[in-house]
Design a protein around this ligand. Structure first.
Ligand code: NAP
Length: 485
């Protein structure tokens, strides 16, 4: 179905017949879908459930605190949450509090599973995957720590043992984390960064950050805007080896077919040239090292501090063409170490399967056709079950990508309502959900509970000259949600 047709169906499907929809996950994909469904179906009654007592998923817990412009999406999401036909049910966990089959009994459309619990997976070598040392974190853990996610607010990463951190991967998550290490803390103080993280960063001795990529500057996964931003940090020395910047005919081809690749290569080359004349700087100098053509082999364990990381062993790589303009990294058998006290794995996310839902383990997605969940071969769709966001298309794209993703999924729902009878028959929707949660004694946090958390965080923020001071423990969040107004 063309995008045009999908849009036509979305706008055409006005019906006042109640359509009970449950959306699991209150991140951007969930809210964009809710917005589009509310607009497309007069009869839609939407319940958004989330395992956290707070909505907005990635925008609250993933977007870097120094990117307030990205968080503006929250304004639109809160308008959706306040819509009379939409309700938020926080602190409700699919799996332990509710099963998928219970939701299927209550709703016409189980729309969902947008932002499931996402793991930062280590797809590297077996040694890396099974080696657990103090000081080695997934970027997700670290990001959730500085963003005050209640599951990781007590992480306590040691930022004082040395002056060096290594980040594996060269995507935008790696850049976010590097920026948080290297940006002057005076610039972070007025953001919504968690106070425990700001204090730790203020005392941090990390001055050198190594961003390690298994391929070259032409293939770096980051985007130009984010690269420009980090290159523009005041008093930051950029280190890039000149030899890493030489390009092969295959690289030239890649740049010819992608302006974005070319732009990134030019920015890195310019930064390397500008850094050429600069002196080494004093020992407190903040440095960002782009390390290309190196893949992680294993973590090194400290002799002095057993069980703690003291470095990363890297294998040098070369690129090999695999057709259709793609080049992959191949190990050369030559190794070198970078000493550090902290390693962050920022090599991508992978969704986790949900009980009762088909899952493509290789791609890390729920198999779907334009958002319709399919099991077995693609002719077998699961009626009334849809997917959107990273679980639908894999862990790529910016917040706004979910807008188009939601449009497509809602187009499929609208078509199925018209052609496949989705939405027919009586369903209890919210009423049944409330009864079930009560019966199971689930301490659900509704919209009013979230509003109390929101108001408290904003008030605490005013006192500290920040947009908000996040409550960072489950206890504090639940207490604020149930406090007398
Ligand atoms: P990503 O963009 O996929 O980058 C992953 C990085 O890890 C790449 O450098 C990749 O190298 C490397 N990698 C993957 N597997 C590896 C392995 N086995 N060994 C060594 N290196 C490996 O992932 P991400 O940074 O997590 O970002 C996810 C999505 O969110 C992206 O679309 C990103 O743009 C988006 N995002 C956007 C923003 C923003 O707009 N500000 C912020 C954060 C995230 P290869 O290229 O060689 O695979």
């Amino acid at each position: 179905m063309s995008k045009f047709l999908a849009r036509r169906l979305v706008t055409r499907c006005f019906s006042s017949r109640p359509l009970h929809v449950c959306i699991v996950g209150s991140g951007p994909a969930g809210f964009y879908t809710a917005d589009k469904l509310l607009k497309a179906h007069e009869g839609a009654r939407i319940d958004i459930i989330d395992r956290l007592p707070t909505p907005y998923g990635l925008v609250r817990s993933g977007v870097a605190p120094d990117h307030p412009e990205t968080k503006i999406a929250i304004n639109q999401f809160s308008r959706v949450a306040q819509h009379e036909r939409c309700a938020f049910y926080g602190n409700v966990k699919l799996g332990s509090d509710l099963s998928l089959s219970e939701l299927r009994d209550l709703y016409h459309v189980k729309h969902g599973l947008f932002r499931l619990y996402l793991h930062m997976v280590l797809k590297v070598t077996k040694i890396l995957a099974f080696q657990s040392l103090g000081g080695v974190f997934s970027a997700r853990e670290f990001v959730w720590w500085y963003n005050g996610h209640p599951d990781y607010s007590s992480l306590k990463p040691d930022l004082k043992s040395s002056d060096t951190a290594v980040i594996l991967g060269q995507g935008n998550v790696a850049l976010d984390v590097a920026r948080i290490f290297l940006r002057p803390t005076t610039e972070l103080a007025s953001t919504d960064i968690a106070t425990h993280a700001l204090s730790a960063l203020e005392e941090s001795s990390i001055r050198k950050v190594y961003l390690v990529g298994r391929r070259g500057p032409v293939q770096a996964a980051l985007t130009a805007k984010e690269l420009r931003e980090i290159l523009g940090i005041k008093n930051l020395h950029i280190r890039i080896k000149e030899t890493d910047l030489s390009v092969t005919p295959a690289d030239e081809e890649e740049m010819k077919s992608s302006r974005a690749r070319k732009r990134i290569y030019e920015l890195l080359s310019k930064a390397a040239a500008a850094a050429k004349g600069t002196s080494e700087g004093d020992c407190g100098q903040r440095e960002l090292h782009f390390v290309f053509f190196r893949q992680p082999e294993r973590f090194l364990e400290s002799d002095e501090s057993k069980g703690h990381v003291s470095g990363v062993n890297l294998e040098k790589t070369i690129l090999e063409s695999v057709g259709s303009g793609k080049q992959i990294a191949v190990g050369t058998g030559e190794f070198e170490d970078i000493n550090c006290s902290m390693v962050l794995k920022a090599i991508g996310y992978k969704s986790v399967p949900v009980n009762g839902l088909p899952f493509d383990h290789k791609k890390g997605i729920v198999p779907n056709v334009r958002g319709r969940v399919v099991s077995g071969d693609i002719s077998q769709t699961e009626p009334g079950l849809y997917v959107c966001g990273w679980l639908k298309r894999g862990p790529v794209g910016i917040i706004a990508t979910n807008l188009y993703c939601a449009e497509e999924t809602v187009g499929s729902i609208s078509q199925d309502i018209e052609e496949e009878g989705v939405g027919k028959g009586e369903k209890e929707g919210s009423k049944g959900l409330m009864q079930l949660l009560e019966k199971k004694e689930v301490k659900m946090v509704g919209s009013s509970g979230w509003e109390k958390i929101d108001a408290k965080e904003k008030q605490m923020g005013i006192d500290r000259n920040k947009p908000r001071e996040k409550l960072v423990t489950w206890e504090d969040l639940l207490a604020a949600a149930s406090a007398d107004s």
